[in-house]
Every structure is written in structure tokens, then in C-alpha cells.
Design a protein around this ligand. Structure first.
Ligand code: BG6
Length: 500
């Protein structure tokens, strides 16, 4: 086995993190436009609308909106075969609930995709990447409202029809499973436009998240069906943030805690791929007494709209330790039959996962400056996990290393740390194909051109092979230049991964 001949070596970005032009061309404000700049360890603030005097880094981003032609020329020089970006929903439907699309927004993506295709680069498109119309938050409460299914499918149908001969690979919701982290504000807001009522309890937040995710999964399934009617050649995938959760030790409780944690973070993929809710989640809903609006029609839609492939991001792995009071010491080392009965319910049988408290530092791996644990073998593990479970093609649509870069006096940028990270991950990826038989469509490393960090709003957390001269405060010429990693990745693509 080897990588496919038509393997899609590419690069990934999202509209709101690079386009800028946030209020140009008829575009409306998105959820990304009301998020201020944060920093390492400082959360971004979600403001009530756009407040003058605040720093909103996505408003101008790296000005791709005006510079895309020169940028695409650089992408072609890099050798990209695929360019993963998103269509900003608010360029097409500024408020999200209109019937008629904004022609200027549609034209922008026509021009962008033409420019890519002219340069031999295939656009790979995410429909919703943390940038839903802000109006849908204020007027409808985001995806907790069933009406959003209609708005999203309408948006998808319009763009899929318009670009049916220019785009083949689509994804519905970026990292839909981030919102498993419902105790924080960031993921529910960016995934689903959710704002929780003041003082909402953990269980209330959780129920709202499940409801919103359900409507998104139904919307996604409907889009898969609609898309296949528009063009049967379309490949429509989901997009999952994969951070495998290892048991901290071989203690059975740690293993069980890891299994449950994986269920809480990855059930989204089960529904996307298999078209129905897994038994473990139905049992969980029952136990928690969640009263969710899931209709028979929804279940039919889910069954009809299974995705064609699994797109996923991979940056890091996690580790979990069982947090139950009982540390397992009651388990006898040599058990008689009657002892076995006694340990039937050792520990907390629920093993309920709390993402805020249960994850522990993995002492076997290093971490980036932002605390992201570096684990290349975890990528191979993840590919095996997905492929064993679903037997559908995989597409690694994000992977990368956020780091601070230094510009030398002569303008060069030496970034061996980035190359080391990517080399190790590409090697693990190729092993998964060669040794484990995984079917892989492509690899599009994240932020191959420096852009605004989603998590912190910083510019200095850079992933790029292409440097963009802009700092956290928004100063800089916006000039683009090639880092050492640019030339390295060029060679990787040219050799189809033979030379890393
Ligand atoms: C993923 C997102 O979570 O990771 C991207 O899909 C994001 O939008 C990327 O930018 C890296 O995260 P961050 O916080 O370093 O920008």
C-alpha cells in the first residue's frame, strides 16, 4: 500500500480567520465578529454585538478578501493540490434567515474557486466553520432552535448548486464535537451560536448542547441528501476534532473512564456515519432525564444522510484518570467467585466525564507553548480507531503546530520545530496507510498561511509555511514571505510523501 496517486496534499484555513473584509461586499456579522482578542491562557470575550473600541481580530484578519489572487499564486508555488476553506455563511446570507442570497458574496467565491482551479488547486469546502450569522444567535438562540435546520440547509443548497461544477469535497460542521466542552462558553458559541442563560446549571447547559447538536446532525444529514441530488459525484463529509483520550494507567477504572470519555466526545461521529444514535447515548439520555426534541422524521433523515467520508482534525491527545472516590483498592488481587460479586459496582458506575476536571497531563509526551500535547503516534491510533469503527475513507483536514516565529535580520524565518512536528505526524499518517490499511483521501495542514487563532484570537500563535507580517495588536504590513517550512512542504508534496 502507499498513498493514493491522487492524494490531496493541501492546506486548510477558515474564512473568518483569514478573509477580513468583515462588513464588505454585503457581508453580515458572524459569531466570529463579536469575539475579542484573547491571549495564551486568556479567553476571548463574546460581546453583545460589535462594540466600538474593542479589538476584534477577525474583522481584518490577514485581508485575504482583497489579496486572494496573490495568495493563491503562492499556494500554487507551494504545490498545493487542495485548498480547504469555508464559505462564510454571512457573505451569502448576511442575517442567515433571508430567502434570497447576496450575489456579491456568491461572486466572491466563484472568483476564488476559479482562481484555485486555474492554478490546479481543488477547493475543499466547509459549510459551517465557527462563523454562523450573529443574527441567528440574537433572534433565534442559535442552533437550539429547530428553525436553524431550515436556514442552514437553504444556505447549503444555494452554494452547492452554485458551485456544483467547481467543488467536489464538502464538509458540513467544523469540529462539531468541540461542544462536548459545554461547561465553557467558547465551543457552544462557536459551534452552535449558543449563549446560556445567566446561572444555567451544568446539566441545563448540557441538555441545551445536546439539543443543538441534534439539530445540526439532522441539518447535516439533510445536506448530504440534498447535495447528492445536486451532484451525485459530491463527497460530503463530517468534521470531527479528534483528540484521543488515553487511560492514564491500565487500572480498569481508568480504562472505563477513557471509554466513557471517548463516547461523550465522539458520539457525534457515530450519528454522522451510522445514521442513528448509539445505544450508550440513549442510555445516558434516559439516565439524565434529558427531554430532547428528536422526532421520527429526524431519525429518518439521519438514516438517509450518512456521510461519505470522515474529515477530522488532529493536534494532540489527552489522558484521563478515573476521578471516583473509590480508587479501586477494594478489588482483591486474587478473587474468589463471591469476591467477584462484591466488586460488581466498584467505583462510580456512571464514569461521567467532566472535561474540565478529568483530563490529566500525559507525562510521556511534550507539549507546545499553548499546552497542546504533541503525540504523532496518536494520529496513527486515531486513524485506526476511525477506520476500524466506520470503514469509510478518512481525510485529515487539520494538523499543525502553533508557535512563535522569529524573523531574522535578512527576513528569513527558520522554523525547524514546525517541520519536526509535521514530519513526525506525516510519518505516522503514512504508517497508518501502509501498515494498517487505512484509506486516506488527503492531508491539509492547518493555517499553512499564518492567520488569526480561533482559540485565542492571536496572530502570534502561527501555524504557517507562509509568514504574514501582522502582530497581535493588528500592526504590520501584511506582507507575505516564505518560511523554511515552505520549501520543506513543497518537497513533501512533489515526492508524494516519499521525502519527508
Ligand atoms: C481547530 C479549528 O480547532 O483548530 C481551527 O478548526 C483552529 O479553526 C485550529 O484555528 C487551531 O486552533 P487555534 O486555537 O490554535 O487557532
Amino acid at each position: 500500500m502507499a498513498l493514493r496517486k491522487d492524494f490531496l496534499w493541501g492546506g486548510a484555513v477558515a474564512a473568518h480567520q483569514l478573509e477580513g473584509g468583515w462588513d464588505e461586499g454585503g457581508k453580515g456579522p458572524s459569531v466570529a465578529d463579536v469575539m475579542t482578542a484573547g491571549a495564551n491562557g486568556v479567553e476571548r470575550q463574546i460581546t453583545d454585538g460589535v462594540i466600538s473600541g474593542e479589538n476584534y481580530p477577525n474583522h481584518d484578519a490577514i485581508d485575504f478578501y482583497h489579496r486572494y489572487k496573490e495568495d493563491v499564486a503562492l499556494f500554487a508555488e507551494l504545490g498545493l493540490k487542495a485548498f480547504r476553506t469555508s464559505i462564510a455563511w454571512t457573505r451569502i446570507f448576511p442575517n442567515g434567515d433571508e430567502v434570497e442570497p447576496n450575489e456579491e458574496g456568491l461572486q466572491f467565491y466563484d472568483d476564488l474557486f476559479d482562481e484555485c482551479l486555474k492554478n490546479g488547486i481543488e477547493p475543499v469546502i466547509t459549510l459551517s466553520h465557527f462563523e454562523m450569522p450573529y443574527h441567528l444567535v440574537t433572534e433565534y438562540g442559535g442552533f437550539r432552535n429547530r428553525k436553524l435546520i431550515e436556514f442552514f440547509t437553504h444556505f447549503a443548497e444555494v452554494v452547492m448548486t452554485r458551485y456544483k461544477d467547481k467543488v467536489k469535497y464538502w464538509m458540513t460542521f467544523n469540529e462539531i464535537n468541540n461542544q462536548a466542552n459545554y461547561l465553557r462558553d467558547f465551543a457552544p458559541f462557536t459551534n452552535s451560536g449558543l449563549k446560556f442563560p445567566e446561572g444555567a446549571t451544568a446539566i441545563e447547559r448540557e441538555q441545551i448542547m445536546y439539543q443543538a447538536a441534534h439539530y445540526e446532525l439532522v441539518a447535516s444529514a439533510k445536506v448530504v441528501e440534498i447535495g447528492h441530488k445536486i451532484n451525485p459525484d459530491f463527497q460530503i463529509g463530517c468534521m470531527i476534532a479528534m483528540c484521543p483520550i488515553y487511560p492514564a494507567t491500565c487500572k480498569p477504572e481508568d480504562m472505563m473512564a477513557s471509554t466513557v470519555a471517548m463516547q461523550r466526545r465522539y458520539w457525534f461521529a457515530d450519528v454522522h456515519v451510522r445514521g442513528h444514535y448509539p445505544a450508550y447515548l440513549k442510555a445516558y439520555f434516559n439516565r439524565k432525564g434529558f427531554d430532547l426534541d428528536i422526532t421520527v422524521e429526524d431519525e429518518q433523515a439521519l438514516a438517509k444522510g450518512c456521510v461519505d467520508y470522515i474529515g477530522f482534525s488532529y493536534y494532540m491527545s489527552f489522558a484521563i484518570q478515573d476521578q471516583a472516590d473509590n480508587d479501586g483498592s477494594k478489588v482483591a488481587s486474587i478473587m474468589t467467585h463471591s469476591d467477584f460479586k462484591k466488586v460488581d459496582h466498584v467505583g462510580a458506575p456512571e464514569f461521567d466525564y467532566n472535561e474540565d476536571t478529568d483530563l490529566i497531563k500525559n507525562e510521556y509526551v511534550q507539549a507546545s507553548e499553548w499546552g497542546w500535547q504533541i503525540d504523532p503516534l496518536g494520529l496513527r491510533w486515531s486513524m485506526n480507531w476511525f477506520y476500524e469503527r466506520y470503514e469509510k475513507p478518512l481525510f485529515i483536514v487539520e494538523n499543525g503546530f502553533g508557535a512563535v516565529d522569529k524573523i531574522e535580520a535578512d527576513g528569513s524565518i527558520h522554523d525547524p520545530y514546525r517541520v519536526d512536528y509535521l514530519k513526525a505526524h506525516i510519518a505516522a499518517m503514512i504508517d497508518a496507510v501502509n501498515y494498517d490499511g487505512v484509506d486516506l483521501i488527503g492531508y491539509t495542514p492547518w493555517g499553512f498561511i499564518d492567520l488569526v487563532s480561533a482559540g485565542t484570537g492571536e496572530m502570534k500563535k502561527r501555524y504557517g509555511f507562509i509568514y504574514v507580517d501582522k502582530d497581535n495588536e493588528g500592526n504590520g504590513t501584511l506582507n507575505r514571505s516564505r518560511k523554511d517550512s515552505f520549501f520543506w512542504y513543497q518537497g513533501v508534496i512533489k515526492s508524494n510523501g516519499e521525502e519527508i
